[in-house]
Design a protein around this ligand. Structure first.
Ligand SMILES: Nc1ncnc2c1ncn2[C@@H]1O[C@H](COP(=O)(O)OP(=O)(O)OP(=O)(O)O)[C@@H](O)[C@H]1O
Length: 475
């Protein structure tokens, strides 16, 4: 029997009407709670008759209070997969995000993904749970969202052992990239009024490794070292070391030591040691930092007082005496963090509690530091930030004046070799004082300033020689 087109359309129409009728009855007469059970049961039955495996990821934890980290990571991962191809996306306004809205898979929408030649399907689902709500207000309409991963039974091993780990770690990375970076600071009262140990502000430092004036080879080395570290999770695990790296940046003021903390897209914890009450609080503060973060302790020689410095015999005795008094609460006026407290905090057991930590210590006087503090393993990489030389100057001229060559470059090169000027001072001279000021003027100002500096040093040296010879005469 061959059906005419009209008959086919009629048949389809009446089937659709019947289905819609039953659907309306089902929705109207079955209580929400019962519908959830029925839907889950049907879902299970489908699993029995097909070869597919389904894994469900709920949006909220069992108590319904907190969105699960896994759900967030998967949502981020799927956002990157679905944005270019899914037909229906949802725009979510999220706190602390760089973008105004973050796109994700809309409810009842699905997207396919491929991993090592295996195809999987992700779908975004909603179940009605009228009486369940949570305190976040995100789910107060009584809807429970979940993501379902479906794949063929024969790929169970690769999916559970490799694919899921891949999705979670990629999603976490995407989340971090999308999140606004923060700069954290600690306070002397230990806890802020909101009960937190750190307060934070959005951190949008414009400096990058590219804009930093320093020897290009050294810059490349640092870049490679940082990138190697960020990818070395498995290596650190294999050799049994916590995944952390310490950098000691030393050199004169204004050479970019503090700015260096900016070179990974990580949150920065600017730890003010003088505001830390004691060793215990230092540990608590460090435990309260997140993974993938940079902890900066500036001017470590000044922050720790005597404790961080190389000591003479007398000073060692004084220090022991001080520590004893400190334990009996007799002195309060100095930073109460001791050298051993700091060493413990850097590489004690706590340091294995969170992953991917970078510690940066800066100092103007590296020779003053106790060798225990800066030994390799604690401070893995010692980087000298030095005065501005010609290569560094070229970077600054490009940044500040948009020029790559100039007739004054020869003269400037020579001056920079004969004079020690910090990149901060060179940059200050190159900064246009008005919109109209041209590059020639800025470069002339720099040359004048370099000449003056050279003259100052020459006079100082002369004076010192004179004083030396007078002393010799007298003795
Ligand atoms: N190497 C550099 N390249 C580009 N700009 C620099 C460099 N060094 C310093 N500057 C400029 O000088 C400012 C101060 O630099 P920064 O605070 O990083 O120096 P520092 O070495 O930490 O100084 P201090 O020892 O006094 O803390 C920076 O904001 C930046 O504008």
């Amino acid at each position: 029997m061959v059906l005419e087109t009209g008959e086919i359309l009629g048949l389809t129409g009446s089937t659709m009407t019947t289905l819609m009728f039953f659907w309306a009855i089902y929705k109207q007469f079955f209580p929400d709670q019962l519908r959830v059970y029925i839907e889950e049961y049907v879902y299970k039955m489908m699993g029995w008759v097909s070869n597919s495996v389904h894994i469900k990821f709920d949006e909220f934890t069992g108590e319904g209070l907190k969105r699960t980290g896994a759900y967030n990571s998967i949502r981020n991962y799927l956002s990157s997969k679905s944005t270019p191809c899914a037909r229906r996306l949802k725009a979510n306004e999220t706190k602390n995000s760089k973008a105004l809205v973050v796109l994700s898979l809309d409810d009842h929408e699905a997207v396919e993904d491929e991993f090592e030649g295996v195809m999987v399907k992700w779908s975004s689902n909603v179940a009605n749970t009228a009486n369940q709500s949570n305190q976040n207000g995100n789910n107060n309409s009584g809807e429970r969202r979940y993501l379902t991963l479906s794949f063929h039974e024969k790929h169970r091993e690769i999916i559970t052992k490799s694919y899921l780990g891949h999705v979670l770690s990629e999603g976490k990375k995407i989340g971090l990239k999308n999140t606004e970076r923060k700069l954290y600071t600690n306070s002397s009262s230990c806890y802020y009024s909101d009960g937190k140990m750190w307060s934070n502000v959005p951190f949008n430092h414009p400096a990058t490794l590219e804009t930093l004036a320093m020897d290009p080879e050294k810059k490349e080395e640092i870049k490679k070292d940082l990138i190697k570290f960020t990818k070395a999770k498995d290596y650190y695990k294999k050799v049994g070391k916590p995944w952390k790296r310490g950098y000691l940046l030393f050199g004169p003021p204004g050479t970019g030591k503090s700015t260096m903390a900016n070179f990974l897209e990580y949150d920065v914890y600017d730890l003010e040691l003088t505001a830390v009450n004691d060793n215990l609080n230092l540990k608590k503060l460090l435990l309260d930092t997140t993974s993938k973060s940079i902890i900066v302790i500036e001017d470590i020689d000044c922050s720790l007082g005597l404790a961080g410095k190389k000591r003479t015999k007398n000073e060692e005795v004084e220090e022991e005496d001080y520590e004893e008094k400190m334990n009996t609460h007799e002195v309060y006026e100095r930073s109460k963090v001791t050298l051993s407290g700091l060493l413990n905090a850097i590489d004690g057991l706590w340091s294995a509690c969170t992953d991917e930590k970078i510690m940066i210590f800066t100092t103007n006087f590296v020779d003053n530091l106790d060798p225990a503090l800066i030994r390799r393993g604690r401070m893995d990489n010692h980087i000298e930030m030095s005065y501005c030389r010609f290569e560094g100057f070229k970077v600054l001229a490009k940044n500040y004046l948009d020029i790559e060559a100039h007739e004054f470059y020869g003269e400037i090169k020579q001056c920079l070799e004969e004079t020690d000027m910090s990149p901060a001072d060179v940059a200050e001279n190159l900064m246009r004082k008005s919109d109209e000021e041209d590059a020639d003027n800025c470069l002339k100002r720099l040359i004048k300033s370099l000449e003056e500096e050279k003259e100052k040093v020459r006079k100082l040296a002369e004076e010192e020689t004179r004083e030396g010879s007078e002393e010799r005469k007298q003795s």
